[in-house]
Each structure stands twice: as C-alpha cells, then as structure tokens.
Design a protein around this ligand. Sequence first.
Ligand code: FES
Length: 389
Amino acid sequence: MSGVCQGKPSSLPTSPSSSPTHGQPLWLLAELTYKCPLQCPYCSNPKDFADFSEELTTQEWIKVFEEGRKLGAVQLGFSGGEPLVRQDLGELIKAARDLGYYTNLITSGVGLNEHKVAEFREAGLDHIQVSFQASDETVNNMLAGSKKAFQQKLKMAREVKAQGYPMVLNFVTHRHNIDQIDRIIELCVELEADYVELATCQYYGWAYENRQQLMPTRAQLERAERITNEYRVKLAAAGNPIKLIFVTPDYYEERPKGCMNGWGQVFLTVTPDGQALPCHSARMLPMEFPNVREHSLDHIWNDSFGFNHFRGYEWMKEPCLSCDEKEKDFGGCRCQAFMMTGDAHNTDPVCSKSPNHDMILQAREEAETPAAEPFLYRNERNSRVFCKG
Ligand code: FES
C-alpha cells in the first residue's frame, strides 16, 4: 500500500508555463468538512484527510461564495465528508441562495431529519442528492460501515420527496452491488427519484486503495448497462419520467475522459481548510495550490500556478502533444496520470496510445479474480497512516 501523502517529491516547476484563455468557474464545490459518520471504502476524499482539521468558518465560506458569484459561478454544491455535520449548513445555504446560486446538497442522508429538510427548504435549497451504497440493507451497511445507514437513507429519501424537492439518488456501483442493478432501479422507482446516477466507481482516494476489491468485471459491467437500457425503455413506455444516468468507468475505455471539462475551465473546488483546487482530487498532486484564506478567488482562478499549469496544451508530452484528439480529452485525467505513473504530465494510462496503458489492461485482468483482502475503510484511524503531520 503506498500513501500518496508519503509520495514523490515535486517535479513540477513553480511558475505558470502559460496563461491560456479560460472561462469562468461555473461550478463551485464547497467541501464543507472531511468529517463523516460513514466509512465508504470508495470515498474520493484524500486518504490523509485527518491532517486537515482547521475548517473554514461560516464567514470565510460566505466570503468564498461572494467571490465565486463575482467570478460568474452559478451552481454551488455542498459536499464533504458529510456536509450535514456542519451546524451552520442552513445559514450557508441561505447565504448562497441570497447570492443567486442554484444550490445542491450532496449527502449520505445520515444526520438528516425532517426538521433539517424543512429548514433547508426555508433557506432556499434547490436540490438534494442522497447517496446509497446498495439496494440491499446488509450490503449497504457493510459498505457504509454503519448498521443503521440503510433505514435512515430510505426514511430521508422519502422525506426529501414529501417536502417537494427534486431528488437525485446516487449509487456508486462496483463488483459487490452491480449485479443487483435491477433491484437498485426498482428501489429508485419506488422512492420516486427524479434522477438516478448509476455511477461505476472511479478509482481516486480511498477507492484507488481498494480497487482490487471494487472493480467489476467487463461481463458484470456489460450486463448492468444492458439491464439499465431495458429499464429505460420499459419505464418510458409506462410514462415514468425518471432519468437513469449510467456512468461507465474509464478503466474499460480506450480513450480517456475529458476530465473536469478541462483543467481550470469550469470547476472550482474548495476543501474544508480552504485549499482551492481545479478538481476534487488534485490535492494529491505534488504542486502548490492556493488557499482562500490567503488569496481572492479572482487571483486563484486567473493567476495562480495551480490553476494555470495544466490549462491549454503547452504542458503536454507525447503522445498527447501531437494527438488530434487532445482538444477533446485534454490528455485525460491529471490525477489518474499521477496516481498510476508518478507524473501528472503523462498521458492518462486509460488511453490506448499511452505507453502505460498496460497498467489498465492489468487492472482489468485482476478484476477477473476477486481479491481476498478486506476493504481499507475510510476513517480517521486509517487516514492517520497516510498523514505527514
Ligand atoms: Fe483531478 Fe481528473 S480527477 S484531473
């Protein structure tokens, strides 16, 4: 097991290589806290999250929201950890709504109750996404590391609908639950979800550590996609407006995803302790990212090294540099390139043109033989293993 925070020294320069044109940060993700009552082994939070405990205050967050709106951000997601842990969540939602954001709460539902749902509605929250681990109570609770999680999620999903919210249900799928995709969809129909994200696990943070235990086989994946397509047809014919979104894992692709719609183009994440990132996983990269306690979002977005370095194409190596698909996929995911090859400038190994694509092929092969090792759960004790401090 290799910890990213014990990882490689920075090989990156310390000043921007270029200042290519870029848009505005349309999507602001406020990771309010790394605290979470659950312990999902596929969490994308940094493995060394226990090192970062000094959370932004209410006023510091509101300042971030104000600066984000001035830069043109229109959508604000509250996530974590579990954002419900923050006692000022209602106040933050109200501040964001007053500034004109479309607001979205991304929650496990654990810690939610009918009073909070009503309070958030009063504060102007637009939209709630509740995540489940499985359609089966035993599997759900095994993955969440909590005996009560499933019943609580069911109750809260019903409450969210009862109070008139549009609701997204999110299921991260992997080898332990993907064969129950039909039951997952049936559960979503029963709970009257408006949107369902059937998102095959992507391997970042804790999920990367647990990849061998999580990665489905190609046959599992193809079956799940086929069943989802059949349900789409069946539900549409029955007049059910539910939308099923099936997200395939890039480990089974031959071309990489255009991660984040391009580095520093649309997304801006702020971590619980104020670090500003172009994507939620970038904290692992061996490079400097600015903190909102020290810099304005304007400076961070437009002038900082962390946001400028992977904009445009000048940073690219071959085969990306001369590739005629680079404007579509930007060389893939910088975090994935770093995790797998140790250099974030490399082509994402998902790409079949990458000299490191054999790593992906090997992961596919390993998926055919389930790992006997137990999960490394995402919790504070396990996080300490990866911490520097
Ligand atoms: Fe960071 Fe893809 S997750 S660039």
